[in-house]
Design a protein around this ligand. Structure first.
Ligand code: SAH
Ligand code: SF4
Ligand code: F3S
Length: 441
């Protein structure tokens, strides 16, 4: 009987993509997916530590999963990802059931770590810096769930030093993946039928600067767009500071680049933005948005906002509400400030009381609800281009517009994977209900 694995992923799309790579790697070792953790020989948690909540979730999951060892003494528990990188041995002391630990730096070492653990040793490989042979990871296949839309990691790490953020510590400095390695993966994906390519990096717009022969992110966009079969391109996460004229022009010129961009603003107060060391002001952010709207046209923007950063006053918070109102984001991911060990913001004075954070958060969500309903109404009666991603039975198809909205319509299963034009009959803040006008390709 082959061995079985079960993977639980927390955190961002980068972690999600790493898990797809880990699944592919485990397949090459003869492992197969288990239906539930109870029947797995290897339980792997790919962790996140960006805020306090995901941290705590991981420990409670390990607490539950360790019961597996009562039934199956040879079963192994592995912890990968950002919490592993940040907490290392401290985590094993808290949860001795952990057998294997590694981070996004050394996924390619998993085969050796498994051997060590199977021989009865604790296989803890938390490295200070990314290893030289990190590129080896790209040689492993990747197992995806969505046959039409694929994530492609193009840059690892982050060289920015936002004062609240733990990511530069957990993912290391920026390391761009070589252009040829990216294009090779994209070619393979399109041969497999993938139509939408989603380029990933914590700071994706910084891609190329550290390459031996430096390149600009816009050149990557052009190169990917020239590959046959690439119908749509998205990228995450762009940093407002790095989003320059070249990138905006490339977005405008390349027809496959989708009309959607996630552009985290974090705060609307210039004083708070300076304390965060984000490297832009509210006015500069709004100016970028203006440029995008002028050149790219009807673009759907989404953002991240931190509520209750140390010393945030009512006035600062109102500046944030003002940005939300002015930009009209299609989606906002909002978070209460969570002090992260080792970050400058964790040592700042002027902590905002929890009640104030909660109160501001609910006001932000209230405003966003209004903005989203207003934006939704604007979709009604329009015709949208939609990539159909799945059939939900009873003749119902779902897919996404280029503005990244979910759309639902009637249609047969044979249309899954096709791009259609559809008229929006009714819109709610999270869903468009459409009727197909024509099948494009
Ligand atoms: N690289 C991306 C986002 C990384 S983390 C970027 O630069 O935008 C994802 C989001 O988590 C951030 O945009 C931020 O809004 C939030 N976040 C990060 N650290 C946080 C903290 N200490 N407390 C609360 N939210 C945080
Ligand atoms: Fe964190 Fe800032 Fe880097 Fe984003 S750009 S990962 S928020 S340090
Ligand atoms: Fe979390 Fe690491 Fe992503 S801390 S948000 S999984 S980069």
């Amino acid at each position: 009987m082959g061995k079985k694995f079960f993977i639980k992923t927390f955190g961002c799309q980068m972690n999600f993509n790493d898990s797809e790579r880990i699944r592919g790697l485990l397949r090459t070792l003869g492992y197969e997916p288990a239906r539930s953790w109870e029947e797995a020989d290897l339980i792997l948690l790919n962790t996140c530590t960006v805020r306090d909540k995901p941290d705590r979730k991981v420990l409670s999951h390990v607490g539950e999963y360790k019961k597996i060892k009562e039934k199956n003494p040879d079963a192994l528990i592995a912890v990968a990802g950002c919490l592993a990188q940040r907490a290392g041995w401290e985590l094993v002391q808290k949860a001795p059931a952990i057998d294997i630990m590694f981070s996004s730096f050394n996924i390619h070492q998993l085969p050796e770590l498994l051997n060590q653990a199977q021989a009865g040793y604790k296989a803890i490989a938390i490295l200070e810096d990314p290893p030289e042979d990190e590129e080896r990871i790209w040689d492993y296949p990747l197992e995806r769930e969505n046959p039409y839309c694929a994530y492609v990691t193009v840059i690892k790490g982050c060289d920015k030093r936002c004062t609240y953020c733990v990511v530069p510590r957990t993912r290391g400095r920026e390391r761009s993946r070589r252009l040829e390695s990216i294009l090779e993966e994209v070619r393979k994906l399109t041969e497999d039928g993938v139509r939408e390519i989603h380029l990933l990096g914590q700071n994706v717009t910084a891609w190329g600067r550290d390459l031996e022969k430096p390149l600009h992110f816009s050149e990557l966009l052009y190169a990917v767009s020239r590959i046959e079969g690439v119908e749509r391109i998205r990228f995450t996460t762009g940093h407002p500071k790095d989003l320059d004229d070249e990138i905006i022009s490339a977005m405008a010129e390349i027809p496959q680049v989708c009309n959607a961009l996630h552009l985290p603003v974090q705060s609307g107060s210039n004083r708070i933005l300076a304390l965060m060391e984000r490297g832009y002001t509210k006015e500069e952010y709004l100016e970028k948005v203006d440029q995008l709207r002028k050149k790219v046209g009807n673009i759907a923007l989404s953002t991240d906002i931190i509520v209750g950063f140390p010393t945030e006053t009512e006035e600062d918070f109102e500046d944030t509400l003002d940005v939300v109102e002015k930009v009209g984001f299609e989606q906002i991911f909002s978070f209460k400030f969570s002090p992260r060990p080792g970050t400058p913001a964790a040592r700042m004075e002027g902590a905002v009381p929890e009640e104030t954070k909660t109160e501001r958060m609910s006001r932000l969500l209230e405003l966003q609800k209004r903005v989203m309903s207003e934006l939704a109404i604007r979709y009604e009666g329009t015709v949208q281009e939609i990539l159909l991603e799945e059939s939900r039975g009873e003749d119902t198809l779902v897919g996404r517009t280029t503005t990244n909205r979910w759309a639902e319509m009637k249609g047969g299963e044979d249309l899954v994977g096709k791009i259609v034009r559809a008229r929006v009959e009714r819109a709610t803040p999270f869903n468009l209900f459409c009727e197909i006008v024509e099948v494009v390709r």
